[in-house]
Design a protein around this ligand. Structure first.
Ligand code: CUA
Length: 399
């Protein structure tokens, strides 16, 4: 503890020199003062405008379909809780630091004519202990609940309850979903994944090429899909609805075009949900499963028959499965080279949640996949726009 109080002149601080001002200098200096005071006001105003632009720039009345602060699942709630906890803790710490700083400025302002040095407290053991103890308490207060949360997120749902288990595979640039148990056992779909509200879901994430990350912001946090490994993701979604997601790991040229959609179906009867301001009907989960497991009916009418024939002639079944269409049921070597198209007409979007599923978009996609998704593995097959339209009409009929 070293407390020193001595006149400034003795520690090398120069005294202010008293200089006589030449005539006229007072007027010049008061004009200069005014200019400097104007500059200060303008600077303060510019700073306020800048803060307002930064703070209010993100405000909007529009629905925010990818809002992580509006979680719809138990695991999303855990992440949101920590976000809110850290945010408000940081606000409180920031406010406390600014308050102490402002108080110090006022309390220890040097009085006119006072040329003593302030009290020197280098090595003050009491102060050192206080400012070591405060951050320690803060870190413990963050760590303990966070560890509890991490263990809760990593806890596999109890086996005695109903569980929907889905193997998820990230591919350049789409998602494959294979249902592993229950009524949906064996169901195989792409890009749009369907679960039931208030039912535990186990997703086993992997990848068949590079690292991807499956992320539906309103559901829960991101989960890496890594080749050669399987990471689980557990959640129970609460609110029936349709939620958009996005691959969250830079995975190549079309990473930004690797979306996904989560449909949370009601357990019993159909409900109407709001999706981006539009009303959409959602069947019960079991109804959806039943429809998806059924093989498709034979194409009805000459136009659809022509589309189905072209689909086969243009070698589409080399990569795509259509269960129920003769010649397109087992052609694919792994069954998973390209998305399963058995009920592609029932999907809301195509090309991994990047385009609405309309016959026009589908025809455009068939004609030139790389033009829409650069680097896509789907081959550009020589065909006329009319042939692409016929194939698209056939695929759209596969509800
Ligand atoms: Cu897959 Cu980014």
């Amino acid at each position: 503890m070293a407390k020193v109080a001595q006149p400034r002149s003795q520690v090398g601080v120069p005294e202010r020199a008293a200089v006589a001002l030449p005539p006229g200098a007072a007027t010049e200096s008061s004009a200069a003062n005014r200019r400097s005071s104007n500059r200060k006001w303008w600077s303060a105003f510019a700073l306020l405008v800048w803060i307002a632009v930064v703070a209010l720039g993100g405000c909007s009345n529009e629905p925010a379909p990818r809002d992580t602060h509006n979680a719809i699942s138990d695991s999303g709630d855990i992440s949101s809780f920590f976000y809110q906890m850290l945010l408000w803790l940081d606000v409180a710490i920031g406010a406390a630091v600014i308050a102490v700083w402002a108080w110090t400025l006022v309390r220890f302002k040097r009085a006119a004519g006072d040329d003593t040095l302030p009290t020197q407290n280098h090595g003050d053991a009491k102060m050192e202990m206080i400012w070591t103890a405060i951050p320690t308490v803060i870190v413990i207060a963050i760590t303990v609940p966070m560890l509890v949360g991490v263990f809760r997120l990593a806890k596999r749902p109890d086996q005695n309850q109903q569980i929907i288990e889905i193997d998820v595979t990230g591919k350049q640039w789409w998602w494959e979903f294979q249902y592993k148990n229950g009524s949906a056992n064996g169901l195989h779909t792409a890009n749009e994944v369907h679960v039931q509200a208030n039912t535990a879901v186990v997703m086993n994430m992997t990848s068949s090429d590079v690292i991807h990350a499956w992320w539906v912001p309103r559901l829960t946090g991101k989960r890496d899909a890594t080749p050669g490994r399987s990471y689980p993701l557990y959640f129970t979604a609460r609110e029936p609805g349709i939620y958009d997601g996005q691959c969250a790991e830079l995975c190549g040229a079309s990473h930004a075009l690797m979306g996904t959609k989560l449909f949370v179906h009601p357990p019993a009867k159909e409900v109407e949900v709001d999706y981006n301001g539009k009303k959409v009907k959602l069947d019960s989960y079991e109804t959806w499963v039943k429809e998806q497991l059924a093989p498709v009916a034979a194409p009805a009418g000459p136009d659809l028959e022509r589309g189905a024939k072209l689909f086969k002639d243009k070698t589409c079944p080399t990569c795509h499965l259509v269960k129920g269409l003769e010649g397109a049921e087992s052609a694919s070597p792994s069954m998973t080279t390209g998305p399963n198209l058995t009920h592609v007409g029932s999907r809301m979007t195509i090309a991994a949640n990047t385009m609405p599923n309309t016959p026009e978009n589908l025809a455009k996609w068939i004609l030139d996949p790389q033009g829409i998704k650069p680097g896509a593995k789907m081959t550009k097959i020589a065909m006329s726009p009319d042939e692409a339209k016929a194939i698209a009409a056939f695929l759209t009929s596969l509800k």
